[in-house]
Design a protein around this ligand. Structure first.
Ligand code: GLU
Length: 471
């Protein structure tokens, strides 16, 4: 049987990292068994679902590289199908219309509490029974699933083990609201059934829904999938990461300059392990992933480790991969990569110094402008009259350098030092500031080589003007 998993977010907020980790587990599992991964948008909560949230889900999944084989399916496109099945269940007496008003249900609830009973929906309560005896489609009503009254539901959760819930604990669930819209617990079953989902991997907040859904599967005569419920991710203070915190949105990490591979690796490790290994390629993850190695306890989110991993991925990923994800940051910072040296070469030169792509973009501005922006304090310090002679000589030599290579530029600096009898930094620093506007950078020869002869000459001239204007 082909493995088919799915990610089924409700578009009621942004795509948060807990959700994306669940998606990742589902995706990896389908890949491991050469199966299918399906994306389904559970948008039946019409009031809370938004177009922005749907876009954020698609954007986040795409950015993370979690490609789907089918979908996105939208539950709102399938309302007819759900309603057909609900009508069939009503016909088979496995579901029923309930006319009890909110007020009546509240009154019964208070009565139950006063009688020290567990408050729950009771179809046999005389007042409810009386109302439901004469169904009338013109009167507001909901449809409830007739949950079995005896026995229990047992399932073997792949992460949590055996779970048993007595049917007495479950009441007759609403499967269609009074506005005619079917509810989550019902739609999810019909969808997973219709879509042939073999493994339902989702957050632990759904454990309580599972026995209810299993009863619906049984009423439909459908095959029950295998379940795996993942634990929560907690903040480093041990508190639940709030869904409303922007910092929890997956795109927040894109904006902060993290690579998708960093997040993939980080989120997988958050609750799943393979010995002490910290760094995994996607291929390795697909190969090694198993439910057995997923922890039952909540995982703690550690931003420092995430940053450390990002540094690792920035240093070790292919420059092409870095550049692919750097583009968004270049756009943000107004850098046009066509307006300067090959970005791949620039990236190779600069990336070792960066923890994030924001830093990387920030460090390469000067490659893509005619002139760098001088950091004023630095310019005042290094572009002083004492730098004039070395820079003048550098200008002459740069203008006359026949072959513009890193080695020749290195030689050029050595010659300036010996001709003027100065230490390397006496030319190195003014040159660095003239070319980059900064006091820190990778090797200045390599930078000059990449920036090219014409622009280097212009920059040295501009630095000399700066010195002249000061004196
Ligand atoms: N739509 C549900 C949610 O976003 C997930 C349902 C499921 O995975 O079964 O929490």
């Amino acid at each position: 049987m082909k493995v088919r998993t799915r990610f089924a977010p409700s578009p009621t907020g942004f795509l948060h990292i807990g959700g994306i980790r669940t998606a990742l587990y589902s995706w990896l599992f389908s890949k491991k068994y050469a199966g299918d991964f399906i994306l389904r948008i559970e948008d039946t909560d019409l009031e809370r679902s938004t177009k922005e949230a749907i876009d954020a889900i698609l954007e986040g999944m795409t950015w993370m590289g979690l490609t789907w084989n089918e979908g996105p399916y939208y539950q709102t496109n399938r309302l007819k199908r759900y309603n057909q099945i609900i009508d069939k269940l009503i016909f088979e007496n496995k579901a029923f219309k309930c006319y009890a008003s909110k007020e009546l249900l509240e009154e019964i609830r208070t009565e139950q509490i006063l009688n020290k009973e567990i408050p729950r929906y009771d179809a046999n309560h005389p007042k409810i029974k009386l109302l439901n005896q004469t169904p009338n489609d013109n009167t507001p009503h909901v449809v409830r699933f007739r949950n079995p009254k005896t026995g229990s539901v047992v399932f073997n959760d792949k992460i949590r083990g055996r779970i048993e819930i007595h049917n007495q604990q479950l009441d007759d669930l609403i499967i269609r609201r009074s506005d005619g819209i079917p509810t989550y617990n019902f739609c999810v079953v019909v969808d997973d059934w219709d879509m042939g989902i073999t493994h339902v991997i989702r957050g632990e907040e759904h454990i309580n829904n599972t026995p209810r859904q299993i009863n619906i599967y049984q009423a439909l005569g459908a095959k029950i999938p295998i379940y795996a419920h993942c634990s929560m991710i907690l903040g480093d203070n041990g508190a639940k990461l709030s869904k409303r915190q922007d910092a929890e949105s997956i795109m927040h990490y894109r904006n902060k300059g993290y690579l998708p591979n960093t997040l993939n690796n980080y989120l997988i490790r958050l609750g799943w392990s393979h010995g002490n290994q910290e760094i995994f390629s996607i291929e390795e993850l697909i190969h090694l992933f198993s439910f057995k190695a997923i922890s039952k306890s909540s995982a703690i989110f550690d931003p420092k480790k995430l940053l450390w991993l990002n540094n690792h991925y920035i240093k070790t990923s292919t420059p092409e991969y870095i550049v692919q994800h750097l583009q968004w940051h270049l756009d943000q910072q107004g850098i046009n990569k066509d307006n300067g040296p090959n970005i791949i070469e620039v990236c190779k030169l600069v990336r070792n110094r960066c923890n994030t792509l924001v830093e990387l973009a920030d460090q390469i501005h000067y490659f893509y402008k005619k002139y760098p922006n001088f950091e004023m304090k630095i310019a005042q310090q290094y572009l002083s009259p004492i730098a004039k002679k070395p820079l003048q000589l550098a200008l002459i030599k740069a203008e006359n350098l026949a072959i513009w290579t890193t080695d020749n530029l290195k030689k050029m600096i050595t010659e300036i030092c010996s001709e003027l009898k100065i230490k390397t930094h006496k030319i190195g620093m003014p040159l660095r500031v003239a070319i980059t506007g900064r006091s820190e950078s990778p090797s200045i020869n390599a930078i000059m080589q990449l920036i090219g002869q014409n622009r280097v000459i212009l920059r040295i001239k501009k630095a000399l003007e700066f010195i002249n204007n000061k004196s």
